[in-house]
Design a protein around this ligand. Structure first.
Ligand SMILES: *[C@@H]1O[C@H](CO)[C@@H](O)[C@H](O)[C@H]1NC(C)=O
Ligand SMILES: *[C@@H]1O[C@H](CO)[C@@H](O)[C@H](O)[C@H]1NC(C)=O
Ligand SMILES: *[C@@H]1O[C@H](CO)[C@@H](O)[C@H](O)[C@H]1NC(C)=O
Ligand SMILES: *[C@@H]1O[C@H](CO)[C@@H](O)[C@H](O)[C@H]1NC(C)=O
Ligand SMILES: *[C@@H]1O[C@H](CO)[C@@H](O)[C@H](O)[C@H]1NC(C)=O
Ligand SMILES: [Zn+2]
Length: 943
């Protein structure tokens, strides 16, 4: 919360009547939810006369055979598994890294069936004497039917076992298999990661099961509600250590198989849990562990060099307080006896909440006080808090099916800020949710190609459909909507509702949502609320960034919401009101000569527009004494105004005028909001005649901020004391350099040259590295670039490497950019996990952008093939590369790419391309409508 401004709690009072209903129902087990959604489906069909499913949601060709459906039948339940795995950390004669394993699963029959259908993907099996891929025996004295036939359905990723007789209801059976798989480098299932230490190549065997890759490691019932206990045994080279969800049991045993001496590590059986949360890691990593006397053993693992140089210390420091915070928040003790966290050199996502063994990208777990920036530290503490929050919400209670993923991820994203705030109480980190979650969600959710938070269960079936759910809506809108709910219920009522969920439901938590929340969860988008302070009229309208966009998806709620409106008048006099209809007359919203500001601290997930007079009064307040308006709302005014202008609801010059007061603004959140919105102007105009006047205007605005920081840092020699100022110093320098403020480029070049002279001692303050590397490399030539590249290759700190990866993309030399592009898809040069980022960085460079576009179109087949984590990678790539697109020519090219992909066997990134096409169309319209006006306004400002 910003300085000195806080909405008093009684505000929640009137709202609670409605709120508690929502709360109690959101976390209670009920069938209402499913019914509601079925009803929606019928209505949807009737209203349009046709089914309007978006491309990624189409269900594959229907078939009546149970093995052609993607969902498991409801005939069998797994009880426990006994799994033994032996990964080879050196390649075989064919140069392949493999693993072998055996797995048994005890399953109980709950409906008569003569079929066993179990997930299996990319595994080869040892045949039994009878020529089958599996053996079935009865448990507890039961006799098992004979196997007639076993086969694989590769499309649906099943092994199918046909029996000569039916299994008996209530009886248990043991299904046993021996198999081998590839320990490939595709970052999914059981995979390998590599690094060098003192010139020696090291191989790590590790896992990423979510969402549907446990089936790549061993045959299993790979759906989240198929919870079971896992008894795991790992066989591994003696110089390595093996970790898994459960604690290692006793001394490991030395064994010999195929003349190889191996260690055999057994693990404590897990809790009853979902397959997607399994993890095992075999490595030569070392660890640090907590010295505190607690019931929970906390260990941080990683490369020896990194751990010994203290990069895991920060993670260790914050883990204990964060666990304590969540124990208290959930009123439930940490469910396991240990908490391992491992940093992996190759990792596709940011981190993964495997129960008891959380895995991270190095950058998400490691922090180096000398080399890392505030942003890096903030990332580490919020990611840790996010993953630890899942240890209860997600792992202990789990969504029944992936269509409710948003509740899992939105919740963890929301409470990660609460946990991080507890670990770093001086940062005001909860305020950053507005920038990092709410505004991010606003951007995506204003497109007609957005989708509701919750999907119907039958819309999310295939692995592709499931992986597409891991998007901004799920994470950021989920967090924003839960934050709104929590605010209006008060944090303690919200947490209490959660407690009911954790304690009352045992293993599975399904959601059930009443009237209020339905509107936010079951329909996509959000409203813009327009307040006419002359009359007290308020109205709401579905906010779409592209004014001519046609919403084809019908909604049961007509794209209207129950909107909690909070407001203040002229700095005091606060109030609140629920807008429950499309329009309403509410007298207290009439203001006379006061200004009115709504959506205090941006707690509500909506934008606000006013009558012109009120906008004028707000602008006047900003230029006379901006501090009367809460800092989060100063950011909101800018962000709302620019977005309303893009949607052609208000004039573009009104939006530009919200930035005039920035001459006096020193706070991070308003500046950051402004810069993000102006980013759009850079994207649209940096190749046009508007660029010059834009630079002039911004240079004048940022000059006082640059001077301010030069002052408070004693000429750039000290760190500003406040955390938010440390963040804003980065904005001051990057905007100053970008717009050519005198002294800025010299400053960055001076720092970089000092470093080039003495590569072992980097004089650049960690917070400023990103912007300094970028500006110095942009101003320099091949020498600066090659030095940066050498430092990148040499770097053993993930966060540092990432900054150089970005800085290198800033060069103005086309040949350097082309060479860099070639490096990005060569895994020997740039790790696969970083390739998409690097390519997107290059496309952000005005000179690099056309080079990248040609490059990606020429190579997309190779790229999608080599980077087989699918839509995640390609989607990110498309989104990044097409940001600048604003001409008919570019639109045509994009449509061509869409056709090419549709005609190929790849189904990656269809949603991302749809979104890119929609955005490009909007950009074309926006530029043609606004360019002249922007040009005029900017020119006026400089006279
Ligand atoms: C329309 O709704 C009715 C029930 O209200 C249902 O019987 C009918 O099948 C629906 N029409 C279509 C096309 O699904
Ligand atoms: C599975 O492993 C556990 C623990 O090692 C053992 O007690 C159990 O007998 C095994 N079950 C079967 C069916 O082999
Ligand atoms: C599995 O079998 C296929 C077909 O014979 C083969 O191409 C593949 O390499 C095998 N995989 C492993 C890990 O042995
Ligand atoms: C971790 O905590 C210790 C003890 O409080 C402190 O001395 C150290 O600076 C902390 N390390 C980091 C990286 O925060
Ligand atoms: C936690 O739950 C217990 C009962 O399960 C209750 O007595 C206690 O008051 C709760 N504590 C908090 C902080 O809510
Ligand atoms: Zn998560």
């Amino acid at each position: 919360m910003g300085k000195g401004f806080y909405i008093s709690r009684p505000l929640g009072f009137v709202l609670c009547g409605l709120g508690i209903v929502a709360m109690l129902t959101i976390f209670s087990l009920s069938v209402v939810y499913t019914k509601e959604k079925r009803k929606n489906q019928v209505t949807a069909i009737n209203e349009t006369g046709m089914v309007t499913t978006a491309a990624p949601h189409t269900t594959p060709a229907p078939s009546n055979e149970p093995w052609d459906k993607y969902r498991l039948p409801d005939t069998l339940l797994p009880e426990y598994y006994n799994v033994t795995l032996w990964p080879r950390l050196v390649p075989d004669e064919q140069g392949m890294y493999i693993f072998t394993g055996t797995s048994g699963v005890a399953l109980t029959c709950i409906k008569e069936t003569n079929l066993i259908i179990i997930h299996s993907n990319k595994l080869n099996y040892t045949l039994t004497l009878e020529n089958h891929h599996a053996k079935l025996t009865g448990l507890g004295g039961t006799s098992a039917p004979a196997i007639l036939k076993t086969w694989f359905q590769t499309q649906t990723q099943f092994m199918v076992i046909l029996l000569n007789e039916k299994l008996e209801v209530g009886k248990s059976y043991w299904l046993y298999m021996e198999f081998r798989g590839e320990l490939s480098d595709d970052l999914a299932g059981f995979y390998r990661s590599q690094y060098t230490e003192n010139g020696v190549k090291k191989v790590v065997a590790t896992t990423q099961m979510q969402a549907t890759a446990a089936r790549n490691a061993f045959p299993c019932f790979d759906e989240p509600s198929m919870k079971a206990v896992f008894h795991l045994t790992l066989q591994h080279p003696p110089e390595t250590v093996a970790l898994a969800n459960g604690m290692e049991l006793g001394e490991c045993k030395l064994i010999t198989i195929e003349d190889k001496k191996l260690l055999q590590t057994r693990f404590k059986p897990t809790e009853k849990m979902s397959t997607y949360l399994l993890a095992f890691v075999i490595s030569e990593f070392t660890k640090i562990q907590s010295s505190e006397k607690t019931n929970v053993l906390i260990r941080i693992w990683g490369r020896k060099e990194a751990i010994e140089s203290g990069q895991g210390d920060y993670a260790l420091n914050v883990t204990f307080p964060i666990l304590k915070y969540f124990e208290n928040y959930y009123n439930t003790t940490y469910p396991l006896s240990k908490s391992d966290q491992v940093a992996l050199p190759d990792f596709a996502a940011g981190a993964m909440e495997n129960w008891g063994l959380v895995t991270y990208r190095e950058q998400s777990l490691f922090y180096d006080p000398k080399e890392s920036s505030n942003g890096d530290k903030e990332w580490v503490v919020t990611v840790i808090a996010h993953e630890l929050a899942h240890m209860w919400f997600g792992n202990l209670v789990t969504m029944r099916w992936w269509n409710d993923l948003w509740l899992n991820e939105g919740f963890a994203s929301y409470v990660s800020y609460l946990g991080a705030d507890y670990a770093e109480p001086t940062w005001n980190i909860k305020d950053l949710m507005v920038l990092q979650q709410v505004q991010r969600a606003f951007a995506v959710d204003a497109l007609v190609s957005s989708h509701p938070l919750s999907s119907r269960e039958d819309e999310v079936i295939t692995p592709d459909q499931i992986s597409q759910l891991f998007d901004t809506i799920t994470y950021s809108k989920g967090a924003a909507v839960l934050r709104m709910l929590s605010e209006f219920l008060t944090e303690s009522v919200f947490a209490k509702g959660l407690h009911v969920c954790l304690k009352g439901l045992g293993t599975i938590c399904t959601t059930s949502i009443k009237e209020i929340m339905n509107r936010w969860i079951l329909q996509m988008g959000y409203p813009v609320v327009t307040i006419d302070t002359r009359t007290g009229n308020i109205s709401q309208q579905h906010f779409l960034i592209h004014p001519e966009a046609v919403v084809e998806k019908p909604s049961d709620y007509n794209y209207e919401w129950f909107v909690p409106i909070t407001w203040m008048k002229s700095g005091s006099n606060m109030g609140q009101h629920w807008l429950l209809t499309k329009t309403a007359l509410y007298e207290p919203m009439k203001t006379g000569t006061d200004w009115l500001l709504a959506n205090l601290n941006v707690m509500g997930y909506y934008r606000v527009n006013y009558d012109p007079q009120n906008w004028e009064r707000l602008l006047t307040q900003l230029t006379t004494d901006h501090k009367v308006i809460p800092v989060l709302n100063r950011g909101q005014i800018i962000d709302d105004a620019f977005n309303l202008a893009r949607a052609q609801i208000i004039n573009i010059t009104l939006a530009l005028r919200t930035t005039k007061y920035l001459l006096k603004e020193k706070e991070y959140i308003p500046w950051e909001s402004a810069i993000r919105n102006l980013q759009y102007f850079f994207l649209m105009f940096d190749r046009t005649e508007v660029y010059g006047p834009l630079q002039t205007y911004l240079r004048r605005n940022v000059q006082p901020l640059f001077d301010h920081f030069q002052n408070i840092t004693s000429n750039w020699t000290q760190k500003p004391p406040r955390y938010m100022d440390q963040s804003n110093q980065i904005n001051a320098i990057s905007m100053a350099c970008r717009t050519g403020v005198k002294g800025c480029s010299e400053l960055t070049r001076m720092w970089y040259r000092q470093w080039m002279k003495n590569p072992d001692s980097n004089p650049i303050p960690p917070n400023l590295k990103n912007t300094v590397y970028c500006n110095a490399i942009a101003a320099g030539g091949v020498e600066e670039w090659d030095f940066g590249w050498q430092m990148f290759k040499k770097s053993t700190i993930a966060a540092e490497a990432e900054k150089l990866l970005y800085g290198l993309s800033c060069t103005k030399e086309p040949w350097l950019l082309n060479r860099y592009l070639e490096f990005t898809i060569d895994p020997k040069q740039v790790r696969k996990q970083d390739a998409a980022f690097a390519i997107v960085y290059i496309s952000g460079n005005v000179i690099g952008q056309p080079l990248v576009w040609d490059f990606v179109r020429a190579k997309w087949e190779q790229i999608t093939k080599d980077y087989d984590d699918g839509s995640f990678f390609f989607g990110r790539l498309i989104q990044g590369i097409t940001k600048k697109f604003s001409t008919e020519f570019e639109l045509k090219q994009l449509q061509r790419l869409k056709e090419d992909i549709a005609a190929s066997s790849f189904s990656f990134g269809t949603q991302a391309i749809e979104q890119a096409i929609e955005k490009t169309k909007a950009n074309i319209k926006w530029v043609s409508k606004n360019k002249a006006q922007v040009m005029n306004w900017l020119t006026e400002q400089s006279t």
